[in-house]
Design a protein around this ligand. Structure first.
Ligand SMILES: Cc1cc2nc3c(=O)[nH]c(=O)nc-3n(C[C@H](O)[C@H](O)[C@H](O)COP(=O)(O)O)c2cc1C
Length: 302
């Protein structure tokens, strides 16, 4: 029998284990539909704020040797506009990423999606380059507690917290999020980094410091998934440098039930999803795994 590559992240059921990561490929329902048809298990939207955000001036993205550095500044059209844009969604499993600085922001945004078909929310507690939101929220345990509690009390769908490496212990953020009732954790966001142009002597990104993504951060992300999975009983979505079925499988062995893909879409475009699906399926057949669940976290036994 062919192996079953569907997976469950807590109560979130998806047909395939790789999702689109937040912030990659914008916010168009047509594109989400295409990705889903071409093999993505789900898509995560760009992080949305209460009001539209313009983001930073260019340059906002630069390629470095082992990945990308970005400080886009979370530019987005705002949750109310986006909720209207996807209001006709019937088929695509969409996870809505939200960013804000106080619980009331999140409650307001959730109201916008009350009548829209979505799979869940992902709270961005980890953007490394926008002040007063993201990591600055993730680094504040009291605020994480209040935000997760408020969101959970309002949301009809599962809530995921996306964590990253800020200035406090990220495992503490995970602990608070879990205790406050979050349904799953996504780990990790980009890692604070910078690049300087030797000719002009200037930092390349307009925001100077940005977030590193791509293959460079994969071993860090695998380590985080492994640590979270070893310490907490919570479903995990692995993110950071996944570009092949081997990468996805590594995250699953570390403890992830699904993975997200961002930077790899730049090189491989949507083909990356079908490549991962068929690669994992063949591997499972070869190694006699019938379900993804049997593979989750098995590296922890050593
Ligand atoms: C251009 C760009 C924009 C991003 N925007 C967001 C965002 O809006 N919200 C978020 O949670 N993560 C955002 N991310 C982080 C990704 O979702 C992901 O966590 C990170 O890129 C690591 O995955 P990767 O190595 O597969 O790219 C962004 C990443 C990039 C490269």
């Amino acid at each position: 029998m062919k192996p079953d590559i569907s997976t469950e992240v807590g109560t979130i059921k998806i047909e395939r284990p790789a999702m689109l990561a937040s912030g990659i490929l914008g916010i168009s329902l047509d594109v989400f539909d295409r990705l889903y048809k071409d093999g993505a298990g789900a898509v995560v939207t760009k992080s949305l704020s209460k009001e539209p955000w313009e983001g930073y001036p260019n340059p906002t993205v630069v390629g470095v040797k082992t990945g990308y550095l970005n400080a886009v500044g979370l530019s987005n059209p705002g949750a109310p506009y986006f909720a209207k844009m996807i209001s006709l969604n019937k088929t695509v499993p969409i996870i809505v990423s939200l960013v804000g600085s106080i619980p009331e922001d999140f409650v307001f945004m959730i109201k916008q999606f009350e009548n829209v078909k979505i799979l869940g929310y992902e709270l961005n507690l980890s953007c490394p380059h926008v002040e007063k939101v993201g990591l600055e929220v993730g680094d504040d345990p009291e605020l994480v507690h209040k935000i997760v509690k408020s969101v959970k009390s309002q949301s009809q769908v599962p809530v995921i917290a996306k964590v990253g490496l800020g200035s406090s212990d990220y495992l503490e953020t995970v602990r608070i999020a879990c205790e406050s009732g979050v349904d799953a954790i996504t780990a990790i966001n980009t890692v604070r980094a910078m690049a300087i142009d030797v000719e002009t002597t200037r930092p390349i990104l307009s925001h100077k410091i940005g977030g590193l993504s791509g293959p460079a951060i994969k071993p860090i992300a695998v380590r985080c998934v492994y640590e979270i999975s070893s310490k907490f009983d919570i479903p995990i979505i692995g993110c950071g440098g996944v570009s092949s079925w081997e990468d996805a499988t590594e995250f699953i062995f570390a403890g992830a039930s699904a993975v997200q893909i961002g930077s790899a879409l730049v090189d491989k475009w949507v083909g990356v999803f079908s490549e991962i699906n068929s690669g994992i399926s063949k591997y499972m057949e070869k190694k006699n795994f019938s379900k993804i669940k049997e593979m989750v976290g098995i590296a922890k036994k050593f």
